[in-house]
Ligand binder design. Structure first.
Ligand code: GLC
Length: 752
């Protein structure tokens, strides 16, 4: 080590001597300090003043969530924070455990599946603005989110952090989030790029798939975030792609991200996603976080100088085995990120836990909750002459903003569903609670004690109590589903199956026997099986909806808010009805799994047939289809019309369809446009989502919804040509209230 340190010292001296110092302009500021100058001028000026050692210092972590600045030049450190749903509490310098600060509680916004379920880009903008203001106030420069990995299997433990199964929906919804977030001088770090579609073996799964599936399904949301959202950073994922870790994968990080999409931001590794200095240097990574390299077994204190892009990289340069071209490119990308954030002198001040943020959390949740079933119009609850509501289930009281992995939060307040229902109905009815079931109790998360919900009663005792409470109630509201424990909706683990845990199915069946007016609120970030769905009156998909959960659920159940959410992913009747399970290799190649291989190949053999694309192709009958969601009113669609029945390669067609509110209450409807290519040289799904509009209608009101379609909406990716192709021929435009509730269609032709 002695020889190396003197070499490094010599290198530092040499490069310091070479550093040029340009004259101070009249403003007294050096160019890199002058925010009036163009960004690239500032970046190159700063770079020209930095030594090699200083450039190395800014491309890897210095603590769990920060990377170094250049103290000598007054360039500040860069601070990152999780997560996609709210600002993570401060952690100790070199630990995951919370630091125990008393000023870092936040507002928890709904999980991104709920945001996607709003199908409302305005909600995404509100979300990005609100969370950006909280990050800014907490003086964070990079928000580690949003996540846009596609929902390939309902078993993926992190689906709750993402925006569903459809690339078009996710692409539209991610852009406003990124734009509004970054107006606060806080970078989005869109994750996990790419193909991190499961949590089991997330560090060692080696994904392979066709370029068609890559470009049509798994990349679009990332591309939209970069090209339309202008994302300032992207997080490279843990998994491998075609044999190379994503954090070191030049096809993903250079060929596609930079050369094809023109990304000018910084690529940040997932925490511990880097495994090799040489590959990280040439593979396109800019900023290494969370490593536990061979030179420093996991957990070694202050190991940051041994990171792959730290001393080992400096050593390669000192020995002439690596030039500084790549280093300058990395340092420039990190400096650009710094000038946009930490060194951005136009940043607003931000705010934390403001009434506006709390209201935003409630509003987004209210727009994202999905009414799946509502027999006899049991919802909204009609309390006339009613005096007792039974609330049953652990999820009525269990905090859901804690746990689930890195998106876990410390909130200033979380209104539980039980509390929300008590606030809304407590004056007009008795709200009687019974636990119903008891899930496994985790004692702590990130070193902080969790609410103690210990209950030693047996299942039969719990059931007996719940049934007795339900028997004479006017309404039963069962609040169950999954939770943020391992092997449910939780990072680093996948679920074992579609079923609800803790005997909930048996319990719901027992409750339905004694009271027909039972409403089930499923709290989950994933599809679940519902064997009791025929025995209950109503089902709401309640998602993980953050600080205002109870209030938002009560808003919907009372009718104060009319449900308008639509499913961003399919609820399959069986796992075998899911492409990845019917045709794919999930959770990986069986042979390799059996052999216990270090890396497990996984070929996405279902290809582009993901979600409803597979359900339509296989003609399965989902429990609830993609895009499904009821209202407390009804909508009639008129016959769709088009301004032409054919378009040329550079032309377009504008469709219009009238939608009328035929019910007695105002409501919002999301009109969905699907396009079917009636004949194509390559296999295509029966239909694909290519447009949606959410509109609000008063009772009796009618509006005309229009969509303009060009060749982009008709194209598929031809991997033999490495290009998008719109093939002349006949197409069909289908207008639906869901992917399986098509209200009208018309055919048209694309001509040469
Ligand atoms: C985790 C997650 C990533 C998170 C990061 C920092 O492993 O994969 O989403 O932002 O580490 O906590």
């Amino acid at each position: 080590m002695k020889l190396f340190s003197s070499m490094a010292a010599a290198l530092v001296l040499m490069s310091a001597a070479a550093v040029s110092v340009s004259a101070r302009p009249s403003s007294g500021l050096l160019p890199y300090q002058d925010s009036a100058l163009p960004l690239e001028e500032r970046v190159s000026d700063a770079l020209s003043r930095m030594t090699t050692a200083e450039k190395i210092a800014i491309i890897h972590a210095q603590s769990k969530f920060s990377s170094a600045g250049v103290p000598r030049l007054g360039i500040p450190e860069l601070w990152c924070t999780d997560g996609p749903h709210g600002i993570r509490p401060e952690v100790l310098w070199d630990e995951w455990n919370q630091a125990g600060w008393t000023n870092d509680s936040c507002t928890a916004f709904p999980a991104l599946t709920c945001l996607a379920a709003t199908w409302n880009p305005e909600m995404a903008a509100l979300y990005g603005k609100s969370i950006g203001e909280e990050a800014r106030y907490r003086e964070k420069d990079v928000l580690l989110g949003p996540g846009v990995n596609i929902y390939r299997t309902p078993l993926n433990g992190r689906n709750f952090e993402y925006m569903g199964e459809d690339p078009f929906l996710a692409s539209v919804m991610v852009v406003p989030y990124v734009r509004e977030l970054q107006k606060n001088g806080v970078a989005a770090c869109v994750k996990h790029y790419a193909l991190n579609n499961q949590e089991s073996r997330r560090h060692t799964t080696d994904v392979d798939l066709s370029d068609r599936a890559l470009y049509e399904i798994y990349l679009p949301a990332f591309r939209a975030a970069v090209q339309d959202g202008g994302a300032w950073s992207v997080m490279a994922s843990y998994n491998l792609y075609k044999g190379r870790h994503a954090c070191q994968n030049s096809r993903l990080l250079k060929d596609i991200l930079r050369d094809e999409w023109g990304f000018d931001g910084a690529v940040i590794s997932d925490w511990g996603g880097v495994h090799d200095t040489g590959q990280a240097v040439t593979g396109g990574l800019d900023l290494e976080f969370g490593s536990w390299t061979n030179g420093l077994s996991e957990g070694k204190k202050n190991a940051y100088d041994s990171y792959y892009l730290a001393d080992p990289y400096l050593k390669l340069i000192a020995e002439g085995k690596a030039d500084t071209k790549e280093l300058d490119a990395k340092a420039a990308n990190v400096l650009r990120l710094m000038f946009r954030t930490a060194m951005n002198t136009d940043k607003p001040f931000g705010s934390l836990n403001s009434p506006e943020h709390v209201a935003a959390a409630r509003r987004i949740a209210g727009e994202g909750i999905v009414l799946l079933k509502n027999d006899r119009g049991v919802l909204p609850l009609d309390m006339r002459g009613k005096k007792k509501i039974a609330v049953i289930g652990e999820n009525a009281i269990k905090p859901m903003t804690v746990g689930g992995g890195s998106s876990s939060l410390k909130v200033r307040e979380e209104v539980s569903p039980l509390e929300g229902l008590r606030r809304r109905f407590g004056k007009e009815a008795d709200i009687v609670y019974a636990r119903g079931y008891v899930g496994e109790q985790l004692k702590e998360h990130d070193g902080m004690a969790l609410l103690d919900l210990t209950d030693s009663r047996t299942e039969s005792e719990l059931t007996a109590e719940a049934v007795s409470v339900a028997r004479d109630a006017d309404y039963v509201i069962f609040i169950g589903g999954l939770n943020k424990n391992p092997h449910q909706d939780c990072e680093d683990t996948d679920r074992a199956g579609l079923g609800l845990p803790y005997g909930q199915d048996r319990l719901i069946a027992e409750l339905a026997k004694v009271n027909p007016d039972i409403i089930v609120v499923n709290i989950s970030g994933n599809a679940v099986a519902m064997p009791w769905v025929g025995d209950v009156a109503a089902v709401l998909q309640g998602w993980y909806i953050g600080s205002e959960a109870g209030n938002a659920i009560a808003d919907i159940i009372s009718g104060d808010v009319v449900p308008s959410g639509k499913l961003p992913f399919t609820f399959p009747a069986r796992l075998e009805d899911v492409g990845a399970h019917a045709l794919g290799e999930y959770p990986g190649n069986a042979e390799a799994l059996k052999l216990g291989a270090d890396t497990v190949p996984e070929y996405y053999s279902e290809d582009i047939f993901v979600g409803y694309r597979y359900a339509d192709k296989a003609r399965t009958a989902p429990l609830f289809p993609f895009g499904h969601g009821l209202s407390y009113t009804t909508f009639a669609y008129g016959k769709p019309e088009a301004d032409s029945r054919q378009l040329g390669a550079d032309g377009s067609i504008t469709f219009s369809v009238k939608v009328k509110n035929t019910g007695r209450t105002a409501g919002k409807e999301t009109v969905q446009l699907y396009i079917a290519d009636k004949k194509s040289s390559l296999p295509r799904p029966p239909k694909e989502l290519k447009g949606f509009r959410k509109i609000e209608l008063a009772p009796g009101e009618e509006k005309v919804v229009t969509f303009t379609v060009g060749k982009d909406e008709l194209s598929y990716y031809d991997d033999s040509k490495h290009a998008w192709v719109a093939e002349p021929g006949t197409f069909e435009a289908l207008f639906g209230s869901s992917s399986r509730d098509i209200r009208g269609s018309l055919t048209f032709r694309l001509v040469d």
